[in-house]
Write a protein that binds this ligand. Structure first.
Ligand code: 4AD
Ligand code: MG
Length: 479
């Protein structure tokens, strides 16, 4: 349609770029060939009139920067061009030339401006700064702002980096099921999946009964792909999952979402300390990747979100993570001379105030805590020789708190079974899992990283709702 209205010459240039269609402005700004004829489709960010022409700033979402378009008054339909409002969609063809003005190297001298659609003045994203709270109420439009465009470009780039990291190290990508019958973490936070309505009578008059439900038993949305990943690690060696995870955690905090994405590597023949090495390397790799591949968007965060961001990330890149047994962390916290809201002693779960103290005040860098009391950790973690602690490890990051949770897994059948009994778990539900310990069991380890928490760390954004396209939190499922 649009292509028919432009010259043969332009059509050729456009053909050459057809595989770059989605990143037009980015390509133009990065490797411009002055005088080339170009075709750009995007949305008007601003427009202002001068004598004899109109300046239009357009953005196609491919990068932070806009491209400036000069539309001369001699163009056909110039009256209509002068009515272009913020948010309108246009297709511009013209010559890419060195800009006379300040602020941009290149601009387009338009030979044609086609108005695809005109946005009314009620468009909520007029040029001014909007609060994050307001933008959450229009989550469907916020990716059109500079900041959220940057967040979601980085989110995409990091997803790619995650796959690249593992692929380069010989890991296989496993798709663990989303609907499951086992609550891996045993924390009772599974969302129920059913085709029955609780309280309903079945057609034959019987009350709600899971055995008559779709799967013939109670089922829920996965809280972790780990148990599946373990089965595949014990077959393919090193594997990982990366997918959506669901937790009905009724905590309305800045770092919990009911639906989030988790990356879970699982490694055969791997002990706890090698697991920590992998976690540390992984975090550094992803920070480094963002700094090198998203520099323009990263600068926006350093400028407008967290002025200390670059220093913080640089510090994480260059300092070794502290490795500390949980028991010693308790000692440090007890000797801190502070009154924490939640007192700590051996056997209590650490709260965010404790994580903050360790990472931001005491050590001032990421901390890997390990050997947690077995009473606060799930059934699958390997019991240490002291019989009190398990080979767990959590990576805590300054400003974020827990970003990774992992462990060496219990590979000894008898001890695993005893642990399950101790926790009152129904062994029959886990026979398949226990088979992995019956046949060719080996030491193995893995961890889970919260993808949103990683993005928070890398962008300096402090609320998880602002790094996920359409956040799901208690009482909120608007979009
Ligand atoms: O520590 P968690 O619960 O560990 C597991 O689920 C293990 N099965 C992982 C494994 O060993 N394969 O969760 C792992 C990480 C946390 O460290 C945190 O970063 C993130 O997942 N996370 C959440 N992120 C956002 N919202 C929530 N409600 C989260 N719960 C956990
Ligand atoms: Mg955890």
């Amino acid at each position: 349609m649009l292509l028919q209205s432009v010259s043969a010459n332009l059509y050729l240039v456009y053909e050459e770029w057809s595989d770059m269609k989605r990143s037009k402005i980015r390509m133009l700004l990065q490797s411009p060939h002055p005088q080339d004829l170009v075709l750009v489709k995007g949305w008007v960010r601003t427009r202002r009139d001068s004598k004899g022409f109109s300046f239009i700033e357009i953005n196609d979402g491919s990068c932070l920067k806009n491209i400036q378009v000069i539309a001369q008054s001699s163009l056909p339909h110039y009256d209509d061009i002068q009515k272009l409002t913020t948010g309108s969609a246009v297709a511009i063809s013209g010559a890419l030339v060195a800009s006379q003005g300040k602020g941009q190297l290149w601009e387009i001298q338009a030979s044609d401006v086609t108005i695809i659609s005109l946005a009314p003045e009620s468009y909520p994203l007029q040029k001014k700064r909007h609060s994050d709270e307001f933008l959450r109420t229009i989550a469907h439009l916020r990716p059109r702002t500079n900041k959220y465009g940057a967040v979601f470009r980085i989110r995409s780039e990091l997803s790619y980096a995650i796959h690249r990291f593992f692929r380069d190290r010989g890991f296989y990508y496993i798709h663990s099921p989303i609907i499951t019958g086992s609550d891996c973490e045993g924390a009772g936070e599974m969302f129920r999946v059913t085709t029955l309505n609780p309280g309903d009578r079945l057609p034959d008059g019987h009350a709600f009964d899971a055995s008559r439900d779709f799967f013939g038993r109670e089922t829920g949305l996965t809280v972790s792909g780990q148990l599946s990943a373990e089965m595949f690690a014990l077959a393919l060696g090193d594997v990982y999952t990366f997918g959506p995870t669901f937790r009905a955690e009724n905590s309305n905090t800045r770092r919990h979402a009911a639906e989030f994405w988790m990356i879970e590597p699982e490694m055969a023949f791997c002990n706890l300390s090698e697991n920590m090495d992998m976690g540390e390397t992984f975090i550094r790799y992803l920070i480094d990747h963002a700094l090198h591949n998203c520099s323009e968007d990263m600068e926006l965060f350093a400028k407008f979100v967290d002025p200390s961001l670059m220093a913080t990330l640089d510090h994480i890149l260059t300092s070794e993570f502290v490795r500390l047994p949980y028991r010693e962390a308790v000692d440090i916290l007890s000797a801190a001379g502070r009154s924490f809201e939640y007192p700590v002693r051996f056997g209590t779960d650490l709260q965010s105030e404790h994580e903050k103290y360790l990472t931001e005040i005491h050590f001032k860098r990421p901390v890997i805590l390990y050997d947690y009391p077995k009473s606060i950790k799930p059934f699958y973690m390997r019991v240490n020789d002291d019989r009190q602690t398990v080979a767990a490890m959590d990576i805590l990051a300054p400003g974020i708190g827990e970003i990774v949770g992992g462990s060496q897994r219990e590979e000894r059948l008898d001890i695993l079974e005893a642990r399950m009994d101790e926790l009152g778990m129904n062994r029959a539900d886990y026979e398949w899992y226990l088979d992995s310990r019956r046949y060719g069991s080996v030491p193995h380890s893995g961890f889970g990283m919260g993808f949103e928490r990683l993005i928070m760390m890398i962008t300096g954004i402090t609320n998880i709702r602002d790094v996920i396209p359409f956040p799901r939190t208690p009482g909120n499922i608007e979009f």
